[in-house]
Design a protein around this ligand. Structure first.
Ligand code: GDD
Ligand code: MN
Length: 375
């Protein structure tokens, strides 16, 4: 007897659903279906396959109709195109208690599916067909640029998940894990990362795979889609870290603002302003700069509120922060004379910034009803 899910439970619906997002995969799809059919035969695994196609108009529809496989369902999506929304639509149609997602281009070996199912049966919440775990490999001719790109993207996701290959598009999970992910947000194409973080899956297993280069057709992922990754990361950080992610953004804006401040100060001196005036110019410029960036990024949930009122509040909070910076620095100098003024000032700035942040977060950019981010 096999421990692998099969599609012969009493209610007649398949235990495993395989979702394959496609866009112009007319050439690759028949090969994938052949290999999946072979898997059904040789390993005695049954499943349904849902092809979530973005209206490719390349003969995919006719080809699937002609093959007429009872276990294959084609979903032709006429709107809301994109890899992640296609996967989510496919998942919504899936009937199985086990859900698996893979690419059509044979980069993901169907032969790894039994090991992935075994890991789920053994208690994993989420299984990744992984290139970067021990034993996993990628095609040799991956260019340096593609390799660096993939590695940098992975490192940026490290605080969200410790898996070796969070960028993978080959993964499986149980239905109940999937249902834990409330309102998955299909920005960008890292749908596994999205589900991994939002479902709060704990027991994550990586099955090593060899990721082959696509043999047919071409990659669909453009640079602009890659840039969406930054937006995607930001949302996942907010989801996972809440106020800490706001504080981090606030401090990053503050660090940038320090450069703007010094730049304006220097420029003021160049046009022979007095030191005092140049100092004030630097402070005023950085306050405006920080305000705009914080409103746009750090506290973007409150962007619907009146800007002028927020600006006045921001200036007031900055003033309070400056007073704290000033007093903490001087008090430290007096209490601990061994400390240099610079070190004391750093400490003062940290205190002032945190107070500043609290004021902004809870008074200035308070949203009456915090709405989920929609852009
Ligand atoms: N429905 C739909 N809509 N499918 C799409 C779209 C789209 O807009 N864009 C791509 N796909 C399908 C492709 O047809 C293919 O089956 C799969 O999604 C992956 O697309 P590729 O174009 O082959 O992407 P890739 O090889 O660059 O990226 C793959 O590897 C990355 C890791 O290196 C994907 O698996 C990514 O998810 C993964 O991060
Ligand atoms: Mn591919």
């Amino acid at each position: 007897m096999s421990t692998l899910p099969t599609d012969r439970p009493t209610d007649g619906s398949p235990e495993l659903s395989i979702i394959v997002p496609t866009f112009r995969e007319f050439e690759a799809l028949p090969h994938l279906l052949d290999r999946l059919a072979e898997l059904r035969r040789s390993r005695d695994i049954s499943f349904e396959v849902i092809i979530a196609d973005d209206d490719s108009q390349d003969g995919t529809e006719a080809m699937i109709a002609e093959k007429d496989l009872p276990w294959v369902q084609l979903l032709v999506r006429k709107e809301n195109h994109g890899l992640s929304p296609a996967v989510l639509d496919g998942l919504a149609l899936a009937r199985g208690n086990t859900l698996l997602v893979m690419d059509a281009d044979l980069s993901h070996p169907p032969e790894a599916i039994p090991a992935m199912l075994k890991a789920l049966a053994d208690g994993a919440d989420f299984v990744i067909g992984s290139r970067y775990t021990d034993g996993g490999t990628t095609a040799d001719d991956w260019g340096l640029v593609r390799w660096i790109n993939s590695r940098v993207a992975t490192v940026l996701a490290r605080p969200l998940t410790s898996v070796a290959d969070p960028m993978a598009g080959f993964f499986a999970l149980r239905r109940d894990t999937f249902e834990h992910a409330k309102d998955p947000d299909p920005v960008g194409y890292k749908i596994a990362l999205e589900l991994l973080v939002r479902s709060g899956a704990k027991r994550i297993v990586e099955i090593p795979i060899h990721f082959s280069d696509r043999a047919h057709g071409e990659s669909k992922l453009t640079l602009s889609q890659q840039l969406l990754y930054i937006k995607h990361l930001r949302r996942l950080y907010i989801f996972k870290y809440g106020i800490w992610s706001h504080l981090t953004q606030f401090l990053m804006v503050g660090a940038l603002g320090t450069f703007v401040n010094l730049g304006a100060l220097t420029a003021g001196l160049r046009v022979s302003m007095t030191e005092r005036h140049a100092l004030l110019l630097g402070i005023a410029t950085s306050i405006c700069f920080n305000f705009l960036l914080n409103r746009r990024f750090t506290f973007s949930y409150a962007r619907a509120e009146a800007i002028l009122k927020q600006f006045v509040g921001f200036v007031a909070a900055s003033f309070a922060g400056a007073v704290v910076t000033y007093s903490v620095t001087l008090a430290l100098r007096e209490k601990v004379p061994q400390l240099s003024i610079q070190l004391a000032a750093v400490f003062g700035i940290v205190c002032g910034s945190i107070l500043n942040f609290m004021f902004n977060r809870f008074l200035v950019f308070r949203a009456k009803h915090i709405r989920p981010e929609s852009s």
